[in-house]
Design a protein around this ligand. Structure first.
Ligand code: ADP
Length: 628
């Protein structure tokens, strides 16, 4: 029999498939089952108006058989089948399979493109990734003759007449021999194949059946096992997310989550929604109770599983989730997307964007609801994932800040409990002008900062910023409901009355010579030294002037590559009411050498308090010992 040639483009794609370095070869089964399901759809719809079909819905099925000795996998459907012409045009040329346009766009097929193909439909030809020879025996509905199409790859295919009783197709893959790098035999294992079918085709609307062998206890011989063969339906057919909420128990939701996303804990929240409108999709999403085990590793990939009509097209579609919700797990099923590559490339972007936007909104609404109705749960959520939201406020130059600002919380000095920004503002005394915050390693350490005391004495609450990102995030926010943020270790706080302020200014003015002298002892380390009256009973503290706060300087200095030239402008503040102030004036008059030591000691104390550490601990220790 003369071999017919594949069309040029088909040959290219086929060649790519055969020599594929694409790692996800297993998807061939998804593609063939999806084709079978489409063919059944067509005949099923015909049966609704055409009695001659003679099949009812429950008669339709897809059957899988394996034969290890012959190394074959057979996929049988009782769908619409193909005529000789259809065989020719559907399988002989790729133009029909929709992959052509994709190919055109990607004339220079590279490894990446193969990844792209794998994410969408590669169609029938994907069988050549695992098979050295493919046979299709098919009979179109309403035809008398059946046909057999056979191909061993690029060098062409044959079509001949053959016998087949009923309409439908039987596709036989002759599985390749194993190589050093590839284990093709795995696909001949019942267990492996059934696992793949469950993974990719669980929600196909027709039963996918396979003979499965199980070891069962032998009734006649106790302690012995015998092999039992039975036909099993591998797919569950109805996706959980397609059911109505009212039909699903909490247990079902949780079990589904744990199985599907491999978590041993129940999720913290379930978001299940059906959306119609600009985009039509079902979504079932989960907020885990704890971060996924690899969440903080580079290997972690965010994304939702993307289905179209029950067929998985992508395991982790990253475009569906913003980074700040990267911990969310779930599934999106939309009929608006198709397996077909060419339409995909055109539509995918727009449709996906619409869906992604709707999803972002749904998750935010769920969190807002939780914050309002179940505070305890929200705080649990926030303690685990809150930092992601704060990064979200900061990222992309604050593009997302408005959607997230009501969801962030901080612990505060009043009760060391979480407060939202709006709660903070609500409980502010009337005269309070700004939202106060302080940075530090932990709430306990911040509570010990000298500056806290004076602010608390006024009855003001102070937000504790303990994560590196906190201050960057609020700098992005700039203000909340008209209230600016003020770092109590950096910004002018205006806590003093006019008189107090005047007295302090006068004191600083009068002490200028001494303070300048002291500053010269510290070289360029501080940009100024001044008296203060806002640090309670403590002697000294360090604050910063300008844009960069102490905490930010610390964060920068820990970045790879050092401090990137970003330095805080430090101000050494000395309590004007403290005894040490008097002592300084004495020394300025009588003993400059000692004034120098005192200055250095006070400066280093202030560094220690603010968590900056002492640069020369030996010198510091010696100076203190000398004093003793
Ligand atoms: P796609 O499914 O994206 O159209 P394929 O290469 O997988 O591309 O299939 C090409 C065409 O071959 C299908 O569109 C369909 O018309 C036909 N076909 C494939 N498998 C079957 C089948 N099992 N029964 C009937 N027709 C089929």
């Amino acid at each position: 029999m003369r071999k017919k040639q594949f069309k040029a483009e088909s040959k290219k794609l086929l060649d790519m498939m055969i020599n594929s370095i694409y790692t996800n070869k297993e998807i061939f089964i998804r593609e063939l089952i999806s084709n079978a399901s489409d063919a059944i759809d067509k005949l099923y719809f015909k049966s609704l108006t055409d009695d001659s079909v003679g099949l009812s819905k429950s008669d339709f099925k897809i059957q899988i058989d394996t034969n290890k000795d012959e190394r074959t996998i057979t996929i049988t459907d009782n769908g619409i089948g193909m005529t000789a012409d259809e065989l020719e045009s559907n399988l002989g040329t790729i133009a029909k399979s929709g992959s052509l346009n994709f190919k055109k766009d990607n004339e220079e097929a590279k490894e990446n493109d193969i990844e792209v193909i794998g994410q969408f439909g590669v169609g029938f030809y994907s069988s050549f990734m695992v098979a050295s020879k493919v046979e299709v025996v098919t009979k179109a509905f309403g035809e008398d003759v059946a046909h057999k199409w056979v191909s061993e790859g690029v060098d062409g295919y044959t079509i001949e007449e053959c016998e087949k009783e009923n309409a439908g197709s039987v596709i036989t893959l002759h599985i390749k021999e194993d190589t050093d790098n590839e284990d093709y035999s795995q696909y001949l294992e019942q267990y492996r194949l059934s696992e793949l079918i469950k993974k990719y085709s669980d929600y196909i609307r027709y039963p996918i059946q396979m003979e499965m062998t199980h070891s069962v206890p032998d009734k006649d011989n106790e302690g012995e096992y015998i092999e039992e063969v039975s036909v099993e339906t591998l797919n569950s057919m109805i996706p959980l997310w397609r059911k109505n909420k009212s039909e699903i128990t909490e247990d079902e939701y949780n079990e589904f989550y744990k199985n599907k996303f491999m978590d041993f804990e129940d999720p913290l929240a379930v978001i299940h929604s059906k959306t119609e409108g600009q985009a039509t999709f079902d979504a079932l999403m989960y907020i885990p109770s704890n971060p996924p085990y690899d969440f903080y590793s580079k290997e972690y990939e965010k994304g939702l599983q993307l289905y179209t009509n029950g067929v998985l097209i992508m395991d982790k579609c990253p475009d569906l989730l913003p980074d700040y919700f990267s911990f969310v797990k779930g599934i999106v099923d939309s009929a608006d997307l198709s397996l077909n590559i060419s339409r995909e490339v055109l539509q995918q972007d727009f449709q996906l964007k619409v869906i992604a936007k709707a999803i972002d909104k749904k998750i935010k609404n769920e969190l807002k609801k939780m914050l309002k109705n179940d505070r305890e749960k929200y705080e649990k959520f926030f303690s685990v994932f809150g930092i992601q939201l704060k990064w979200g406020v900061y990222s992309n130059y604050g593009a997302e800040k408005d959607g997230l600002k009501d969801l962030i919380m901080f612990k505060s000095s009043k009760e060391n409990k979480y407060v939202t920004l709006s709660e903070y503002i609500e409980s502010m005394p009337e005269e309070q002008e700004s939202i106060y915050y302080a940075c530090g390693e932990s709430p306990e350490k911040i509570a010990l900062l000298p500056q806290i005391e004076a602010v608390k004495a006024k009855g003001y609450d102070v937000l504790y910023f303990t994560d590196d990102v906190d201050e960057f995030a609020i700098q992005m926010l700039m203000e909340y409901n008209g209230k600016k943020f003020a770092n109590i270790c950096k910004d002018e706080l205006n806590l003093n009355t006019e008189e107090e302020k005047k007295a302090l200014d006068e004191k600083n003015e009068a002490s200028k010579d001494m303070l300048d002298e002291m500053k010269s002892y510290l070289d360029d380390e501080v940009s100024s030294i001044k008296f203060t009256n806002s640090i309670g009973s403590h002697a000294v503290c360090l604050s910063a002037e300008g844009y960069v706060s102490l905490e930010m300087a610390k964060v920068f200095s820990q970045m790879p590559g050092g401090n990137q030239g970003v330095k805080a402008q430090l101000v050494l503040e000395i309590n004007s009411e403290h005894k040490v102030a008097e002592k300084l004036f004495e020394l300025f008059k009588d003993d400059k050498e000692k004034l120098k030591s005192y200055t250095k000691i006070l400066y280093n104390e202030a560094r220690l308090i603010s968590g900056l550490g002492v640069e020369n601990p030996t010198e510091f220790a010696d100076m203190i010992t000398d004093l003793m």
